[in-house]
Design a protein around this ligand. Structure first.
Ligand SMILES: *Cc1c(COP(=O)(O)O)cnc(C)c1O
Length: 397
């Protein structure tokens, strides 16, 4: 085995820790938040609807409904899709737990479909074999920002009368066949967590073209309460409202939406910078034996939320853990996206077993996420390249 001291004992490539992902906040963002604090509305106010309109216009949908976070948005989408007790929903296991959890919130059963070993997205050719009479919806994830083959998924959905909720948490600004991700599925979710393409601190949105879904999403966001005359059983006067279903308080604040609006003005610049860094990474890493760079489908123009390398373990003398720890020792903020959802003890308790998605499990052993965010300097980028080159060369067979 390698003498670890030789690796760790020398001077690290960087003195200062570099995060794997980070928000990009400018003075203009800060000032727009200050303006709201001086005004009349802190929660639902004019910035919420302006932000929603801005997102809908950008993506090219009729409606957008913003929520307190991306998970709340997905929960609302599951409600609007009518997912309930006894329904099965096809989901990807190579993702953050939120998309499967939302199915559970509604009493449904997540059914994991294995990933395509090239794209790491749900394997479209394996969807039909998991469909049963109970299947109600599909929640595909645009992993790392690369769009799923949404046209093909919609074709299958039409054939079996399923609703498609695209989890585009990574993919605001990404493109599919030249169009923005988000205007094809019945509903698409975007997240505004600080590491995502733009941030509102916490926040999320569902975009849709359907008025019926839009109305359900809005209802669910505010306790199931409505003032809309079309839905009232009675109307006792101007003060009157009714709770007609069980919803939540999933509202986003005006403060957050002012930040979101300001961030949206920079989204395209953020994405150009992410693409530039990825080009540099790809150019450097394709020359290194022992790792694979991300594969991108022809139809995709990814906005690159994260950059995931895959280790070719056959060519290395160690496991992912050793490479991961060595990169940490170099002060490179690495991460693993993701632990397969059904590996978590909670899902094990529900009866999910190892072995159900072999491609996902194989990939999980091999992946490392490297730093990628718009405000990385050229030096930061070169440090990551140096550290990866150094570490891999130490562990090469
Ligand atoms: C970030 C994320 C979400 C939503 O997360 P929130 O933190 O609730 O905004 C959902 N799915 C995926 C794949 C994500 O990465």
């Amino acid at each position: 085995m390698i003498d670890k001291l030789a690796l760790y004992g020398g001077k690290p490539v960087r003195d200062k820790y570099l995060a794997y992902g980070k928000q990009s906040i400018y003075d203009e963002d800060i000032n727009s938040v200050i303006e709201v604090l001086k005004g009349d509305f802190l929660t639902t106010g004019p910035n919420v609807s302006s932000f929603e309109k801005c997102i809908a216009d950008y993506v090219g949908t009729k409606y957008a409904v913003a929520f307190s976070n991306g998970t709340a948005a997905l929960h609302a989408a599951c409600y609007a899709a009518g997912i309930s007790e006894g329904d099965e929903v096809l989901v990807s296991p190579m993702t953050f737990a939120a998309s499967a959890n939302c199915v559970l919130y509604c009493g449904g059963t997540p059914v994991f479909v294995d990933i395509d070993p090239n794209t790491y997205n749900i394997d479209v050719s394996k969807i039909e074999e998991r469909i049963t009479e109970k299947t109600k919806a599909i929640i595909p994830v645009d992993f790392t920002g690369q769009s799923v083959d949404i046209d093909k998924i919609m074709e299958i959905a039409e054939k079996y009368n399923l609703i498609v909720i695209e989890d585009g948490a990574h993919a605001l600004g990404s493109e599919y066949k030249g169009k923005k991700v988000g205007n094809t599925a019945h509903m698409t979710e975007f997240s505004f967590h600080p590491v995502k393409p733009i941030t509102t601190g916490e926040g999320g949105v569902i975009v849709t073209d359907s008025q019926e879904l839009f109305e359900k999403l809005t209802l669910f966001r505010t306790h199931g309460i409505t003032r809309d005359e079309r839905f009232l059983n009675n109307n006792e006067g101007p003060w009157y409202y009714e709770q007609i279903d069980l919803g939540y308080n999933y509202r986003i604040t005006d403060i957050q939406c002012a930040l979101g609006l300001s961030q949206m003005r920079k989204l395209d610049d953020f994405i150009s910078r992410r693409r530039e860094i990825v080009r540099r990474y790809n150019e450097a890493f394709k020359k290194i034996k022992g790792i694979s760079i991300p594969f991108e489908e022809e139809f995709s123009n990814s906005g690159w939320h994260i950059y995931v390398i895959k280790l070719k373990l056959e060519e290395l003398k160690c496991s992912r853990k050793e490479i991961f720890e060595a990169l940490m020792a170099e002060n490179i903020g690495v991460n693993v996206h993701y632990i397969p959802v059904y590996y978590h003890p909670y899902y094990k308790k529900l009866g999910y077993k190892k072995g159900i998605c072999p491609e996902t499990e194989k990939l999980y052993e091999r992946i490392i996420t490297l730093p990628l965010f718009p405000r990385m300097s050229e030096c930061d980028v070169e440090d990551v390249i140096k550290a990866v080159t150094k570490v891999i060369s130490c562990y090469k067979k």
